[in-house]
Design a binder for this molecule. Structure first.
Ligand code: GLU
Length: 304
């Protein structure tokens, strides 16, 4: 398969969508990002690679970090994790409060903000140096020591993170947060602020694309079935209230972030990352979704 040619064709085909959508501006630092950018990178488990346009420009991975967070929590807590957070799609926005109120503080899944805040709390309780340990894990799984937090983005989000503060307060009220809520918010925003490029993300997610390879990075180990289950959660919960639409259009497990990035995995085939800051009304990259839809159409291969 000539992935390089396929990616170049995709880029030409999606040009009519290049001005659709709007970048996230509820985090002021993200509003400064130039919106008309696009990058895409694919790595197969056999070592083939293809990258186009701004595949090497780093961006704020935001909620894509929730996959790394889940991997760490699952490694540390095993199946006990599921008493703190569910694994059902939410069908609501990533920052919704409504469901949490009804479900008495046990978030639907680890990929909505409430679920990720609970996971941040778990890591704070279980790691010696949470900020350093988390970064070490992401660096190890990416085989890249230069990956880092962007403290400006994290601070900018904290200054305006009223909804996430409301969520963590509601969780605390229901007794599902062990640590100080300011510490949980600080750590959560820091994890979201990690910056990576499409090439780096695509490489890192090979660890999730190939469940037959040993998963052991900076002391974080997962069994092959735990890796498969992370894929299952990406499939059902990776795109907020657009998970069904993404499954319908693209047919791959994946995770998006409001920085405009999306990673997707074809298990035992490849991992792909795409980035373009303009988002649709559900918070997912317009060109990113289009590009991935075309990828599975052109290659005639998805998990279905
Ligand atoms: N830090 C963002 C928030 O909590 C992440 C949202 C996202 O990427 O979906 O609002």
């Amino acid at each position: 398969m000539d992935y390089q040619q396929i990616l170049e064709n995709i880029y030409q085909t999606i040009q009519p969508y290049s001005k659709q959508g709007k970048q996230a501006d509820y985090i002021p630092e993200l509003a400064k990002v130039y919106p008309d950018q696009f990058g895409m990178s694919l790595h197969t488990i056999y070592g083939e690679t293809a990258s186009i346009e701004q595949a090497d420009t780093r961006f704020s991975i935001q909620s894509i970090s929730k996959v790394f967070t889940l991997a760490m929590c699952l490694s540390i807590k095993g199946d006990d994790l599921w008493s703190r957070v569910g694994k059902e799609p939410s069908g609501t926005a990533f920052n919704s409060l409504v469901q949490l109120e009804v479900e008495k503080g046990v978030p639907r899944n680890p990929f909505i903000n409430a679920g990720a805040l609970v996971m941040a709390d778990i890591l704070l309780s279980n790691l010696k140096n949470p900020e350093a340990d988390y970064l070490n894990f992401v660096r190890a799984v990416s085989a890249n020591e230069t990956i880092d937090y962007n403290v400006n983005v994290a601070n900018s989000e904290r200054e305006n993170g009223f909804l996430n503060a409301a969520i963590v307060n509601l969780l605390k009220y229901h007794g599902t947060i062990e640590n100080n809520i300011e510490d949980v918010l600080h750590f959560y925003f820091l994890m979201c602020s990690i910056e990576m490029s499409c090439r780096e993300l695509s490489l890192a997610f090979l660890a999730f694309a190939n469940h037959r390879r040993k998963f052991d990075y900076a002391g974080i180990t997962l069994t092959s079935s735990q890796v498969k289950r992370i894929n299952a959660i990406m499939q059902t919960c990776g795109f907020y209230d657009e998970a069904g639409e993404f499954a319908y259009l693209v047919g791959l497990p994946g995770k998006s972030g409001v920085g405009g990035g999306i990673v997707a995995i074809h298990p035992l085939q490849y991992s792909v990352a795409v980035w373009s800051p303009r988002l649709n009304s559900k918070g997912n990259s317009v060109m990113g979704i289009k590009a991935l839809e075309l990828l599975t159409t052109e290659t005639k291969a998805s998990i279905f």
